[in-house]
Design a protein around this ligand. Structure first.
Ligand code: NAD
Length: 374
């Protein structure tokens, strides 16, 4: 395929991973094409200049609109705080670009719907940055479920717990500000495990949610305290369209949890267990083992699992967090080249946003909430 010009907006935490991914993809997935790193924009010009130099982008910009105006840019990756995604994505789509946007789509469902509408009528393709879905071993889990190896999935227990805000001394940042972030732990972490539940089990039909804020105010970097405007902890019951049930929890104050994304899927004939801190392993239980020999088998990721061999020919040698972003980028570039939708595009990711919105409404009303109709 022909070269594709890439512009990245935002050079913070995940901007780093995205920049590495666009650099690495030509070498790991040569069939996906060779991105040209045209420009990197950050509101902090010094950050933009340093990052452009470090990652090999030809130009550094302080203004993201200048990046959209550059005809050499075909694809815009958005790695800024949540409140900027809608404006940036819609402007990029209007300019005819493909858009790679970080999750969650936006602070409000209305904004996410607007993004999906705009994407529906624009020539550009879209993808939302749910990197954990691109893990080769997660693809194996999908295959195992689809092949009926654990029978009918009847229950999903999912978590995404971390402790990055467990210390009350962690300052107030954009993630605590409802206008900038939207939901708290639910939008930041819960979005990932909802995307996983949706991808492995199918759509979520109903939720019953509960939200809590443990650290109610935090120090401002310049001095003084500010009230935290969204939840530290979310837990909810789910009913899938398939009839399966489950529980999901997300926390940013879960002491000791550094990367507590995980799931347990119970089926009528077996079970699957995954823990992102051991992201190359999937534990499979089959109920048909003879008594006295029953137990979980640990499947190690290897070159048989699509995506893995791009990094290493040896099974069990392991891929890492940043590699999942490389796979995400490769899938996006392949979809663009094929003129097809990537997964999850804005339309697919909007379904996750609907779940997150329903959990918040459910918690506020203290009742079960139908995801589609309220
Ligand atoms: N997929 C993942 O695993 C993952 C992980 C972390 C964050 N995220 C998402 O990525 C997004 C960014 O999060 P982060 O942790 O990297 O945040 P961050 O605060 O570390 O970085 C954000 C960057 O955006 C820049 N920025 C702010 N306003 C801007 C503007 N108007 N124009 C250009 N640049 C601007 C900031 O200067 C900063 O460099 C969020 O939506 C977050 O939810 C996704």
């Amino acid at each position: 395929m022909s070269d594709i010009g890439v512009g990245l907006i935002g050079a913070g935490y995940i901007g780093h991973t995205i920049a590495l991914a666009y650099r690495a993809v030509a070498a790991t997935f040569p069939q996906a094409g060779r991105p040209r790193l045209v420009a990197l924009a950050d509101v902090n010009e010094a950050t933009a200049a340093k990052a452009a130099e470090r990652y090999g982008f030809a130009r550094a910009l302080g203004d993201w609109r200048a990046l959209l105006a550059d005809p050499a840019i075909d694809l815009v990756a958005i790695a800024t705080p949540n409140h900027l995604h809608a404006e940036m994505a819609e402007a990029a789509l209007a300019a005819g670009k493909h858009v790679h946007c970080e999750k969650p789509m936006a602070p409000s469902l209305a904004q996410a719907e607007s993004m999906a509408r705009r994407a529906g009528s624009a020539p550009g393709r879209t993808i939302v940055g749910y990197n954990y879905l691109h893990n080769p071993i997660v693809a194996a889990a999908r295959e195992i479920i689809a092949g009926g190896e654990i029978g009918t999935p009847v229950h999903f227990r999912g978590t995404h717990n971390e402790d990055y805000m467990a210390d009350p001394a962690v300052p107030f940042g954009w993630r605590c500000d409802r206008a900038l972030a939207g939901a708290g732990a639910l939008g930041d972490l819960g979005a990932h495990i909802v995307s996983m539940a949706h991808t492995l089990m199918g759509g979520i039909r109903e939720v019953c949610g509960d939200l809590a804020t443990m650290v109610t105010e935090r120090p401002l970097p310049g001095g003084g305290m500010r009230r935290v405007e969204n939840e530290d902890q979310a837990q909810f019951l789910v009913r899938f369209a398939s009839g399966a049930s489950g529980t999901i929890e997300a926390s940013r104050v879960a002491q000791g949890q550094k990367m507590g994304l995980g799931f347990e899927i119970t089926g009528s004939k077996g079970a699957l267990v995954f823990d992102q801190t051991r992201l190359n392993e999937l534990r499979l239980y089959r109920a048909d083992q003879r008594r006295g020999r029953q137990g979980f088998t640990t499947i190690l990721a290897g070159p048989e699992h699509p995506g893995y061999a791009a990094f290493c020919a040896g099974p069990g040698h392991q891929v890492g967090f940043n590699d999942l972003k490389v796979i995400e980028v490769a899938r996006f570039l392949e979809a663009i080249a094929a003129g097809k939708s990537a997964y999850p595009d804005f339309a697919a990711a909007l379904q996750f946003e609907r779940v997150l919105d329903a959990v918040q409404r459910s918690a506020a009303d203290r009742r079960w909430m139908d995801v589609a109709t309220g």
